[in-house]
Design a binder for this molecule. Sequence first.
Ligand code: PLP
Length: 396
Amino acid sequence: MITPNMHYDDLKDSYLFYNIAQKTKAYLEANPGKYLYRMGIGDVSLPLCEAVIAALHEAVDDQSKKNTFHGYMPECGAPFLREAIAKYYAEKGVSLSSDEVFVSSGASDELGDILDLFERSSSALVIEPAYPAYVDANVMAGRNIIHLASGKENQFLPEPDDHLKADILYICSPNNPTGAVFSKTQLQKWVDYANQNGSIILFDAAYEAFIEEESLPHSIFEIEGARTCAIEICSLSKTAGFTGTRLGYTVIPKELVRNGMNLNAMWVRNRTTKTNGVSYIIQKGGAAVFTPEGQKQVKQNIQIYKNNAKMLMEALDQLGIWYCGGKNAPYIWMKCPGGMGSWEFFDYLLNEIQVVGTPGEGFGACGEGYFRFSTFGSPEDTKEAARCLVQLFKKQ
Ligand code: PLP
């Protein structure tokens, strides 16, 4: 009899969003007609921008004519999109060749697939609180996981230390869920650590477009030495509203070599075996994001989410509640007031002001006592949620 991958048995139930859905459903059943302010969602609420929609329509029309029709696309991405992304990096001062850019169907797919490049005996370090997929993808492969807890004392931006021994290092900056962003100096320490130890950094830059402080790095490749120790995984989901359209990209420099194996060449071999490329239509839509018009429009949408963040931050400032994030990231990570636990606070907000957020404990044990607000909701709901928060805690 075949033995399935028994490591699936080691996965913890993904109870976080299930629990939230159950609790909100029960609340609505008990309180029919009540409106919920959903500040927990990680999905975007604004539609695709006009430049993308126009490009998608055009690409559909291309597929209707013999001379512009596209069948299978190159597995690693269409040259027009790989070049547009390399140019986008060049504008940030990062020089890449287009064959170091791989087009993907999104960061989630890629975060799972990229692990094909590493032995199952390699260990993975996850800085917590963390996006849950990092841990789960490695549990499925049976890898040893090192959980590095971060906290308020280091602003949720821990540094490597000599006792740590890990092969794969996950760094997410701007971070989901904490909204914290590593500075160039802090990232330099991780890059130096990776180069000294022969580790590889998997840098998740899904939220780079939300950085507004000029000194903060958008890419790990802004850091000296990163080309010999890092892979960057990025997504158009939050940058440009592609959560349902699906498009991302991954950068693997040609200098990334371990044990005589070139990881860029390995990934070409992987992609040409395991995918037949991302659809022409979607790649055309994605390329429009990198045009001047597309950049202008996606930035306008990001600004709407940033205004949401501002409303929530002002409310927390007024109440004197500790938080990080919000300024350079679409998430606000706050300390639950009055020593409340994450789920206790969740229930309290739901019952008192019908605001739904995400309990920090769901992102790792060190998230207990914290709470995440997403800024991807509507401005109207966010404004009302911020007002209710102030009213609720001012009374106390
Ligand atoms: N990485 C982080 C940190 C995320 O928060 C998310 C989505 O919420 C992803 C990756 C997945 O992005 P995608 O929609 O491209 O799969």
